[in-house]
Design a protein around this ligand. Structure first.
Ligand SMILES: Nc1ncnc2c1ncn2[C@@H]1O[C@H](COP(=O)(O)OP(=O)(O)OP(=O)(O)O)[C@@H](O)[C@H]1O
Length: 722
């Protein structure tokens, strides 16, 4: 009752009574014992030939209708839940029409379709096939009214599932049919069972369509509801006894299917997605449950340039290069990227920059666009049009996305089995892959019974077990605690050292970049804005994102002034002071250093610094300086050569023994003190950091919204071309 008002109980109870009392009233009317003349009595009534005929017919036809509903309804639910096509809403409404149609209307519709003069019936009759008023007609009528129940139930279950598991299965090499059989359907089994039960119950109780389309011939079309209806006036006791029987049959069947749920069976998994009893039938590896799995993907059966081969558990070939040109306008992505064999490229960028979209394009989950030249090439194979399973590109996302219906070993062996590796060999390889990530002891665990770090290690083993040519790591450590992330990071590090793989690593974490990557690519608004070796990008960032990652301030803009002499235009005579090779310029700085002033984008300010690369007026440039080089003043500072910026403090946060004060450059306000309003600074304005001691922060009374001045000496600012 927690969180619910007590009055809710009253209508809830009334509703329950409304359902239960009529059933109880019927049951109360049942005469169990025979009358004084020896006639009647429940047993005699139920075992009369007419009752037995009706019961047998009802159960047989309802079962047949349920099978028909499963066979037809499952694909219908899949199409409705997993595809989009024009007129889908209309199609869905039509499929569900029997739910709202009076059954007798359904019977008439069936008669006009399958009757002797019906649309299809007249052709069937020419072939000597008659359907109306036969047992087949009963099954058709029951299927007609019961089908929407299965479709609705299964479609709901399918829609609530995370489709990325199917994407993972596809990238591991599974064919669509294998994905459906081993990933999709096992996960929606409870929904399928509920739908089948509902369909059976509906078929068992079907009356209107049956009597219209099939009539009431004892033993042929006279099902239990029809028998009850016919006996109602002729023999009310028999009608009551048969009604009782229908209630008992319905209750028994519902309990039979839903019962295991209460005992921790397959249904239990939907109620408790993370935990389940070890005896649950669905917890068996599906490889055991489905004989011959993988037989539809024999080794080397694929066609096309990147056809899969049976994965070798032993590391083999040299890593493949990756080239991707992707233009996906609806996601704002326009990227051209080439990755050397075995290189680990950290893909960085703000939220929404396009990192995951790039990864999806490489994995084959998203087309690279229709622009000329759009392509994905792995090694020598152009896989632009190849299905994910044919690319041998493994994809690891933020969530481990393990297959819940499989054990840990079953998960890791999945890709190998999907590629046709025999079961025993796949299991051996899976155990070896688990051992490599330090998870050998987890092999027989259920995938749902793992911690986040364990699950992610298993996911890594699963990705590596198929020996992918390219590894896509989309923030695989993002959802882990710091300690666990460190462990998983070192697992990845060792895996890469043991067997270098061409890798795209999407991350927001500096440690990932430092420990795992060789190169950094920064995306902004779907474009590559920075690309270079890790050390270069972190020491000389040219994008705001890289600067923030490296913990330095960056002001981007264009060169407004270069102090004479222009570096490249006025070369000094060899040997003369300031000439190349003499080691020093006029001011004691290295001779190729020049003072450069940059007009900053997004703020009406300039920054002066030194550049050691040739730069001319108008060139795009970035000015970089450390937060510890920034002094903070309450009033406008005097003196030169200094850069001074009016800023509004946005936050103060701990940074080792210091405090980092974040502030946005803002036009000088009406004075010192709090800005009005404090948030009135545009988000495009440069965001700068200053590292101060807690004492200084207290003395300056720095708090969000305060207007102060950030001051940095020109000698502390390095300017680089963009
Ligand atoms: N399924 C989708 N359908 C349509 N647009 C999408 C979809 N997923 C992402 N987008 C859009 O595509 C752009 C790039 O998104 P993407 O997820 O690739 O960014 P990201 O750099 O990975 O971001 P994050 O760091 O938040 O994961 C964003 O504008 C986003 O809103």
């Amino acid at each position: 009752m927690r969180g619910l008002p007590r009055w809710v109980l009253v209508p809830a109870l009334l509703g329950a009574l409304f359902v239960v009392v009529p059933v109880a009233a019927t049951v109360a009317r049942v005469e169990l014992a025979p009358g004084p003349d020896g006639s009647g009595g429940l047993w005699a009534l139920l075992t009369s030939p007419a009752a037995l005929d009706a019961l047998g017919l009802s159960v047989r036809t309802a079962l047949a209708a349920t099978v028909a509903c499963v066979v037809l309804g499952t694909p219908m639910a899949l199409v409705l839940a997993r595809t989009t096509f024009p007129g889908q809403r209309v199609a869905r409404a039509l499929v569900l029409l029997p739910l709202v149609l009076p059954p007798v209307v359904g019977g008439i519709a069936l008669l006009h379709t399958f009757g002797r003069r019906g649309l299809i019936g007249r052709h069937l009759e020419m072939l000597g096939v008659e359907i109306a008023f036969t047992t087949t007609a009963v099954v058709l009528a029951q299927t007609f009214v019961a089908l929407p129940f299965l479709v609705l139930s299964l479609e709901g279950a399918l829609r609530s599932q995370d489709t990325r598991l199917e994407d993972v299965a596809a990238t591991l090499g599974a064919r669509p049919t294998t994905v459906l059989r081993r990933v999709t359907l096992p996960r929606v089994l409870p929904g399928l069972l509920s739908g089948a039960v509902l369909a059976f119950a509906r078929a068992l109780g079907e009356f209107g369509a049956t009597i219209t389309f099939a009539g009431a011939l004892q033993g042929v079309t006279q099902t239990l509801p029809l028998e009850i209806y016919l006996q109602r006036s002729a023999d009310p006791d028999t009608a009551v006894a048969l009604s009782f029987l229908l209630v008992v049959v319905a209750v028994l069947i519902t309990a039979a299917v839903h019962g295991p749920r209460l005992l921790g069976g397959p249904g239990a998994r939907s109620a408790r997605p993370r935990r389940g009893g070890p005896d649950a039938p669905a917890s068996r590896p599906l490889a055991d449950a489905v004989p011959g799995v993988g037989a539809d993907a024999p080794p080397g059966s694929g066609s096309g340039p990147a056809a899969p081969r049976a994965a070798d558990p032993e590391p083999d070939a040299t890593p493949a290069a990756l080239a991707v040109r992707a233009v996906v306008p609806e996601r704002g992505l326009d990227v051209d990227l080439a990755v050397a064999p075995g290189q680990v490229v950290a893909v960085l960028g703000e939220n929404g920059a396009g990192k995951s979209t790039l990864v999806q394009v490489v994995a084959g989950l998203l087309a690279p666009g229709t622009t000329r030249g759009a392509r994905v090439v792995v090694g020598d194979d152009d896989v632009t049009r190849a299905a994910p399973r044919r690319r041998r590109v493994a994809w690891l996302s933020q969530r481990p996305l393990l297959f819940e219906n499989l054990t840990v070993e079953g998960n890791v062996a999945f890709g190998l089995r999907a590629r046709g590796v025999p079961r025993a060999r796949a299991r051996r390889a899976a155990r070896a892959a688990l051992a490599r990530v330090g998870a050998a002891d987890l092999a027989s665990r259920r995938a749902t019974d793992l911690s986040g770090g364990q699950a992610q290690r298993v996911a890594i083993a699963r990705a590596l077990a198929t020996d992918p040519r390219v590894l896509l790591l989309d923030e695989p450590l993002a959802s882990l605690d710091v300690g666990v992330a460190q462990h998983v990071r070192s697992v990845l590090h060792h895996a890469q050292r043991e067997r270098p793989r061409t890798t795209l690593l999407v991350t927001h974490d500096l440690l990932d970049v430092l420990l795992l990557a060789d190169r950094v690519v920064v995306l902004a608004d779907g474009r590559v804005v920075e690309d270079g070796p890790v050390d270069e990008v972190l020491t000389r960032p040219r994008s705001r994102f890289a600067a923030r990652l490296a913990g330095v301030n960056l002001l981007a803009g264009s060169v407004a002034h270069v102090a004479a002499p222009e570096p490249a235009l006025v070369p000094a005579a060899p040997g003369a002071p300031g000439a190349p090779g003499d080691g020093e310029g006029d001011d004691g700085a290295p001779d190729d250093e020049r003072e450069v002033t940059v007009a900053v984008e997004g703020a009406a300010v300039r920054v002066r610094g030194t550049a050691d690369e040739p730069l001319g007026v108008g060139d795009r440039a970035v000015a970089v300086f450390e937060p510890r080089a920034v002094a903070v003043h309450r009033t406008t500072p005097e003196g030169s050569p200094r850069n001074a910026y009016p800023v509004v403090v946005t936050s103060v946060e701990p940074h080792g023994p210091l405090l980092r004060v974040w502030a946005r450059v803002a036009p000088p306000g009406s004075g010192d003190g709090p800005a009005d309003p404090p948030t009135g600074v545009g988000h495009a304005a440069p965001h700068l950091a200053a590292d101060l001691t807690p004492r200084s922060v207290a003395a300056l009374r720095l708090a969000p919204g305060e207007r102060v001045w950030f001051v940095v000496k020109a000698a502390e600012v390095r300017v680089y071309p963009r």
